[in-house]
Design a protein around this ligand. Structure first.
Ligand code: ZN
Ligand code: ZN
Length: 341
């Protein structure tokens, strides 16, 4: 079977490997779709010198979706032929975080598929049976892959700010996570202001339900948001960039008593806590991915509310086209990019 590896210097190599066989409590998935995510890029861009020996490389791809093709001993929660999304973490299954389905927050030990264990960019994938979340029949594989990381992350971040039809929500960064957040906040009834520096992505944000778009490369974002909100600022803001200056804009653009949700990862950001946060009575939230039940929840919402996933997913490639897929994604002229297998 074929498996994909990042072998260094942004090279994507397709390698012939052995098909895995399931041990106790494991299943083999025949992969159908695997998402391309911004969080892959650090690993993709490592130089060949920084990469470990090939034997220690892991197959990337942490948005895996497939059909159960083989069951290991003792597996009862899924059957051969089931269409499933994989919640891409292991955990001890006994600590308080595992018990609420947040295995990625396991207080003992966890593996991350696509990073510390072989991920979804391959034809067959070995996974623990408990990580398999059944897909609604109406959901296609590409949309399910998006739900399994970026789109699911956006859904649960938007839920944290509890938008209503009375609210204006400003979403900073319109990559796949920010675009998904724009789509969901609009579907949950909010007036959405989408902020980015890419005209391509701002046009896409409009198609996904943004009421207003701001190209932050040529205007003062806080002033633009205050203008749209009659001087008040946004009820809630969400940062999907992780860029320190943008996080500060997200805080500065929130109204008094507003909420700010941080989703974009990395970097260190300095705030004047008194003037920027305390004296504005802000609620600051951090939101990191979602639980096993949370994955089922976003898939259900997408199906029931007919979320426009076909607009969000702008590019699909097969495994042979993966190099092109990453190059296109890096160019910034995409929405969500999916590998179909
Ligand atoms: Zn991801
Ligand atoms: Zn645990």
């Amino acid at each position: 079977m074929k498996a994909l590896y990042f072998t260094g210097d942004s090279i994507v190599d397709l390698v012939e490997t052995d098909k895995p066989s399931p041990g106790k409590g494991e299943v083999v998935l025949q992969m159908k779709a695997s998402g391309v995510c911004g969080s892959d890029l650090k690993n993709l861009r490592l130089s060949k010198a920084e990469k470990p020996a090939f034997a220690d490389l892991k197959v990337p791809g942490h948005e895996p979706v497939g059909i159960v093709s083989e069951l290991g001993e003792g597996v009862t929660n899924v059957s051969v032929g089931d269409r499933v999304m994989m919640h891409h973490y292991t955990g001890c299954l006994q600590c308080s975080m595992c018990l609420i389905g947040y295995t990625q927050m396991c207080m003992v030990h966890h593996e991350v598929y696509g990073s510390t264990a072989h991920g979804g960019h391959q034809e067959f994938m070995l996974v623990p049976a408990y990580t398999c979340i059944p897909m609604p029949d109406e959901l296609d594989f590409a949309a399910a892959a998006a739900c399994s990381c970026g789109t699911g992350t956006a859904f649960h971040a938007v839920k944290r700010i509890e938008p209503t039809g009375l609210d204006t929500v400003a979403i900073f960064g319109q990559g796949p996570v920010g675009l998904s957040a724009t789509m969901f906040a609009a579907q949950m009834g909010a007036r959405v202001i989408a902020v980015d520096i890419s005209p391509y992505r701002l046009r896409l944000a409009e198609k996904l339900g943004a009421d207003e778009v701001i190209d932050s490369s040529n205007v003062n974002v806080e002033e633009a948001i205050r203008e749209i909100t009659r001087g008040q600022g946004a009820d809630s803001t969400l940062d999907a960039t992780g860029i320190p200056e943008v996080r500060i804009q997200a805080v500065e653009s929130a109204k008094y008593w507003g909420k700010v949700c941080f989703v974009g990862e990395g970097n260190t950001t300095t705030f004047d806590v008194s003037s920027q946060i305390i004296h504005k009575q802000l609620t600051i939230l951090g939101s990191w991915t979602f639980s096993q039940a949370g994955l089922a929840e976003v898939a259900k919402f997408v199906v029931e509310r007919n979320s426009p996933m076909d607009k969000l997913i702008t590019h699909k490639y097969d495994l042979d086209g993966a190099q092109q897929a990453y190059e296109k994604f890096v160019s910034g002229e995409t929405g969500k990019v999916i590998l179909e297998i």
